[in-house]
Design a protein around this ligand. Structure first.
Ligand code: ZN
Length: 251
């Protein structure tokens, strides 16, 4: 398999470092697989609060569909999408691949379709992003051991597994990819800053506060972060929004 690391949405939130939407495009022997989708081409459904706090650039050239085309590949061959969660900066591009099977933790779809909690939790999802009715493939917490984490193999998709890492959202998960030459672990929004998985960890205060504010279960997020810190070096971990990690993956 061949793995491309893409930025499918730059954001410039106030008082914080520039953020990317780190997605993967995987070329398997049979299909193309996207891990997260960033923003849609021509995204026009974002809420004013999200626009103010995330300040997305919404550059058409950054959309996953344009980047797939730019690599000389056919977006129609993207038959699987694996989502870390359903926040608008991860699920926006679903509509550009309407025929793909969408793999996701069942708790995440439940959280997005039956939101509960405070205003921030009830308003974080944008159901319009999946109103075309994707072919969902849903999973629970069961799975095989992957260095102390649970890795759930996906239906019809060899070498890719969902790794439940709840906390940022109710069904938030990482996505593990067996490249044949070691594991990649896309940790989604389990953390936003590369220093958070260092020992000792460090994180700019504004990023720390923002993550605490948006997490549905802050304690669980921190517990999962501690588990990520213990992974052996042969698992290459990166998060969705850290520009330095993306540069390391593409450089
Ligand atoms: Zn995010």
């Amino acid at each position: 398999m061949k793995v491309h690391h893409l930025n499918c949405g730059t954001m410039t939130p106030p008082l914080m470092p520039r953020m990317v939407a780190h997605c993967l495009l995987i070329e398997t022997a049979h299909d193309l697989v996207l891990v997260d989708t960033g923003f849609a081409l021509g995204e026009d459904r974002l809420e004013p609060f999200f626009l103010r706090t995330s300040r997305p650039r919404l550059d058409p050239a950054e959309s996953a569909v344009r980047q797939v085309e730019g690599l000389g590949l056919d977006p129609g061959d993207v038959r699987h999408i694996v989502l870390t969660h359903l926040d608008p900066d991860h699920a926006g591009g679903l509509r550009d691949f309407p025929h793909a099977r969408v793999h996701l933790h069942a708790a995440e779809l439940a959280a997005a379709t039956h939101p509960s909690g405070g205003v921030a939790q009830r308003r974080r999802y944008l159901p319009a992003q999946w109103s075309h009715g994707p072919d969902w493939a849903l999973y629970d917490d069961a799975g095989d051991d992957l260095y102390g984490l649970r890795a759930r193999p996906l239906d019809g998709l060899e070498g890719v597994a969902l790794v439940p890492l709840a906390g940022h959202t109710r069904g938030h998960s990482g996505v593990a990819v067996d490249t044949g030459d070691g594991w990649l672990l896309h940790a989604g929004d389990a953390y936003w800053f590369h220093g958070e998985i260092f020992t000792p960890p460090h994180c700019p205060p504004a990023l720390r506060l923002a993550q605490r504010f948006i997490a549905v279960d802050h304690a669980r997020r921190l517990a999962n972060l501690a588990r990520l810190r213990e992974l052996p070096g042969r698992v290459r971990v990166f998060s969705a929004h850290d520009a330095a990690e993306l540069a390391r993956c593409t450089g």
